[in-house]
Design a protein around this ligand. Structure first.
Ligand code: SF4
Ligand code: SF4
Length: 298
């Protein structure tokens, strides 16, 4: 391994496939094998890795975003409103625009187009970062404030905070739990990943969303190794074309994990299944994934 930590991102085109379970059990295994692991919970709409690890968190900082404040230079020309894509401004002729802060995405387009120096920066809190530790794993969690639209900014704040931590602590591995889907948050969360694991399930929805996330991975500039984990692999008897999909997107099928009561119980108790049921078939599945990943670490 080189000096930079390897980044393994665990993602999934669809919610509820068990990606956080995969991410925390892999983090647990790497930590147990003496890797210094930093875990980033970038599923900022619903961060639950700390709950599933039963880890205490302390808040470290609030995440703020730009909000325009209009000063007395404003002549009410309306140019800022025309530039505001999310329609967060209402033009009132010859008066300062009316701002709808909940619609503002902080893009600063209004400030850029205003030729009268009438917009000053203000801030609004859109989320927070917290940190904790469990099983030797350092955890950084991003959490979006309820009702805020700018989840990607909170993801970016998690990644920036993690980059700053790398200057202080030598980590072997960063494991990132992303949000489900194939949108802006995911792109920020996957940025720089060396390995991406897409967790899916054998249903038509799972297959459809898997293709979307695998497609997105092909556009990443870090050209990560792409792997698939089929979770709840015995959920249906209906065959899904996973082999063809893997071939098309140059991904490998890392594991098929059948449904297991042990996973349900460990999930309910907030303990990694590797900790609670180490000598079971499902734990062996995770051990196998760990060994395959360890063999390709860069
Ligand atoms: S562009 Fe500037 S001057 Fe014109 S309405 Fe907006 S803030 Fe006021
Ligand atoms: S920062 Fe962007 S979204 Fe917010 S008011 Fe200005 S133009 Fe609109």
């Amino acid at each position: 391994m080189n000096n930079k930590p390897t980044i393994i991102a665990v993602t999934g085109g669809k919610g509820g496939t068990g990606k956080t379970t995969v991410a925390i059990n892999l983090a647990y295994l790497f930590s147990k094998h003496n890797y210094k692991v930093l875990f980033l919970d970038c599923d900022v709409d619903a961060p639950n890795a700390a709950i599933l690890m039963n880890a205490d968190l302390e808040e470290i900082k609030q995440v703020e975003s730009f909000l325009p404040r209009f000063n007395d230079n404003c002549i009410g020309c309306g140019e800022c409103q025309k530039a505001c894509q999310p329609h967060a401004l209402l033009n009132i002729p010859k008066k300062k625009p009316l701002l709808f802060p909940e619609l503002c995405i902080g893009c600063k387009a209004c400030q850029i187009v205003c030729e009268h120096n009438a917009i000053e920066p203000d801030n609004k809190i859109i989320g927070k970062l917290s940190r904790g530790q469990k099983y030797g794993i350092d955890l950084i969690v991003g959490e979006l404030q309820i009702g805020e639209p700018k989840s990607a900014e909170v993801v970016r704040a998690v990644r920036e905070y993690a980059d700053a931590r790398l200057k202080e602590v030598k980590y072997d591995l960063i494991i990132i739990d992303t949000a489900p889907g194939a949108h802006c948050d995911i792109i920020h969360a996957l940025d720089g990943a060396n390995i991406v694991i897409s967790v899916t399930e054998p249903t038509p929805f799972g297959t459809h969303d898997l293709k979307r996330i695998l497609e997105l991975i092909t556009y990443l500039s870090s050209s990560p190794a792409s792997h698939i984990v089929i979770n709840r692999s015995d959920l249906t008897t209906q065959k899904q074309p996973f082999n063809e999909i893997a071939k098309k997107y140059q991904a490998s099928i890392l594991a098929e994990i059948p449904m297991s009561r042990e996973i349900q119980l460990s999930y309910a108790e907030g303990v990694p299944v590797m900790e609670k049921f180490p000598d079971t078939a499902v734990s062996q599945d995770f051990e196998d994934i760990f060994k395959k990943l360890e063999a390709v670490l860069i």
